[in-house]
Design a protein. Sequence first.
Lengths: 86, 139
Amino acid sequence: MNAVGWVSGVMLGVAGLLTTFHVIRARNLVDRAVGVDMLVAVILNGLAVSIAITRDALVAVLLLIIGLLAFLGSVTIARYIEQRGP
Amino acid sequence: MNTVVDVLAAVMLIAGSALALIAAIGLFRMPDAYSRIHVATKPATLAVVFTVGAAVLRVPGLAPTTKLLLAVLLQFWTAPVASHMLGRAAHAAGLRPADPWAVDDLQAAEEAAGEIEPVVDEGHAAPTTPADPLGPDDG
């Protein structure tokens, strides 16, 4: 299970780095919002992997909180783009 | 029995992480903002389902399982709504699909109602054209 945790962690780390580069290089606000959404999904994945590896569900509440905050942030950015432009 | 569950959880962990990695690569491969919204939402949701499912298989007890399943349910509720809002906002802000064969029903409806002119999204291309339709990159 330890090796599985390492492989998953490395893949999620590479995914997070690629998404960060995408957020930096994005040309408009929609791409940035999509990249930040994707970054939140990678963080949720990392939390779930850590729960599965350690068998300790202490951070299970963080999955709920971060997911809800990301949703509110995305909707707010979308409303803002609709008024201001990309 | 325990070994079977562990192997299943390991496969789900690897699959979820690989899906997240594929989605991150797809952010660079897709041509316009709508394809990127698509590629960031669908595999990301499925990846969360896989990894949280593995956590549900591994963690004993009822209360953590309830929280994890509620997290999956919340992801299923919110991810499509958020991506739909982003796509609608991108359309309202003037971005258009880069693919000339893409079907754009909202554009047709707005043209029927007498609305805005189309603007092409150039993705990651360098800002070479003098008349940049997106304006300066002020983020």
